[in-house]
Design a protein around this ligand. Sequence first.
Ligand code: GDP
Ligand code: MG
Ligand code: K
Length: 300
Amino acid sequence: DTEHSSASRCGYVAIVGRPNVGKSTLLNHILGQKISITSRKPQTTRNAVVGIKTEGDVQIIFVDTPGMHLGQQKAINRYMNKAATSAMKDVDVVVFVVDRFIWTEEDEAVAEKLQHVGCPIILAVNKVDQIEDKETLLPHLQVLSEKLSVAEIVPMSALRNTNLDRLETLITERLPEGIHMYPEDQITDRSSRFMAAEIVREKITRQLGDELPYEMAVEIEEFKQEGNLLNISALILVERDGQKKILIGDKGARIKLIGTEARVDMEKLFEMKIMLKLWVKVKSGWSDDERALRSLGYNE
Ligand code: GDP
Ligand code: MG
Ligand code: K
């Protein structure tokens, strides 16, 4: 009906949950593009990443929160906890992601924090593709729904794109009416520098798996376009000399591979030829140093 055309909607959605449940995968698949890095290792996402999806009259602004860290006292963990908590305020909808029916004390901690948010919570039961016997789904959903009070429960698979449209519908229904905050072709408000650092960090995490803990940071020192070439220079900070050795690898083989993979992704993202330089530096104590964290962009 032309006279009552649907109103424009726009709102903020926080994706919360303990590490590794699939928050980044969910965000990337909803956006249909890679914004947030994913890996098998927990805690790869340190900063809240905003992904923006605009479709017709609806604009959803996603906040991907860092994982919750229990009982850890380092500055980096305090920062991440704070960021995760503040991301849950001032949003219109919270999507609480869990891994099937696995309920740990970390999930419990997230659930406790959620008791104080004023907005509706949608419980996204992710990775259902991993459940062999689908008959067990319903009774398990029942058990989950008794753990906390949520507006909706959606079984889904971020990886296989199962039920994501249902989740989007449930989110959209709960967004306030209002004009859009961003142009419709904008998918993130992260800077190009930030995205470049994320790509390098992702390649390192993928290369090293268990070998390097998350005591590693990437700082973009140079980001300069010269003609058709984009010069990027990234400094990788590690805590210990042994970590530097692992990262560099035999005759520099590993850092070279990381650089090549990162450059390929950057060329796709920036649609430009990239000259990428990677440096590794040992700076012990950086992850417990408030000032170092601020200089790396972890602003509280
Ligand atoms: P985050 O820490 O919550 O952001 O989790 P990630 O998005 O990084 O995902 C952690 C791991 O779970 C990765 O290996 C993903 O590929 C995997 N994963 C995410 N969603 C699904 C899913 O729906 N099914 C399966 N089988 N794996 C998934
Ligand atoms: Mg993540
Ligand atoms: K992860």
